[in-house]
Ligand binder design. Structure first.
Ligand SMILES: Nc1ncnc2c1ncn2[C@@H]1O[C@H](COP(=O)(O)OP(=O)(O)O)[C@@H](O)[C@H]1O
Ligand SMILES: [Mg+2]
Length: 232
């Protein structure tokens, strides 16, 4: 298995205020899979993604990616690992406001030894004619496309998406999901996509449902459908 997560636990707070947010998470994903993590707000989805992304630490448990154990990495190796292997897409696009579309994407390329070429990527993203605009001159969908560009320009092994369409309308959401799917088909990155939208499970190879910090359901979806065909 490419990604292997076992017995991951995480609490916030101390004493009487201590809440266990992840109560022993176990799951696996193969390379190139789209894995959708479902669950209501507060179920621990973002916490889990942040731990996998090396942004936060678990209290206990193991994560291994392609045989490399995250808990054995020191801060420096963790930073290198994040740069080399992970792309992160958030609900709020987190673009740098005084950089253009192209420059925002170049920030991602700068962190990689083998970045994708920018011009073809801008075309894949549907942003080529907007490449010199600033984020404030773009629609929400175009801003998210730029953020996706920044995350994937280094061609990461794993693309972590936290509610990537949470701030977008229905049609734009489908376009963004289609873009994530196209990227997955083209580059075979493993996609971990967190959402509270149940409909997205149909575009996944693997569906994991969280509730109150535990896994409620974990199954393979043999008949993945195209994002454009989703309805909700
Ligand atoms: N930094 C933090 N400090 C304290 N509590 C937190 C922190 N981050 C998340 N939580 C709590 O952990 C629970 C799960 O949060 P989160 O992982 O963001 O859930 P989700 O993404 O599924 O909505 C929530 O109850 C939230 O309040
Ligand atoms: Mg969240």
């Amino acid at each position: 298995m490419f990604l292997h997560i076992s017995n991951l636990k995480k609490s916030f707070g101390t004493g009487d205020n201590c809440t266990e947010v992840l109560k022993g998470i176990h799951f696996e994903a193969e390379r190139g899979e789209i894995c959708v993590l479902l669950g209501p707000s507060g179920s621990g989805k973002s916490t889990l993604l942040n731990i996998i992304g090396g942004i936060d630490h678990a209290d206990s448990g193991n994560i291994s990616i392609n045989g490399e154990k995250m808990e054995e990495m020191n801060e420096k190796n963790l930073t290198i690992y994040r740069r080399k292997h992970l792309g992160y897409i958030f609900q709020m696009y987190n673009l740098i406001p005084n950089l253009t579309v192209k420059e925002n994407i170049e920030v991602g390329a700068y962190l990689s030894k083998k970045p994708l070429e920018i011009a073809p990527l801008l075309k894949t993203l549907g942003l080529y004619e907007h490449k010199d605009k600033f984020p404030s001159q773009l629609s929400g969908g175009q801003q998210q496309r730029t953020a996706i560009g920044r995350a994937i320009v280094k061609n990461p092994d794993i693309l972590l998406c936290d509610e990537p369409t949470g701030a977008l309308d229905y049609q734009t959401s489908k376009e963004i999901l289609t873009l994530i799917e196209d990227i997955n088909l083209k580059f075979h990155n493993t996609v971990l996509m967190v959402t509270h939208n149940d409909a997205l499970k149909a575009m996944a190879d693997r569906v994991i449902r969280l509730r109150d910090g535990s896994i409620l359901e974990d199954y393979k979806n043999e008949k993945r459908i195209r994002a454009m065909e989703l309805e909700w």
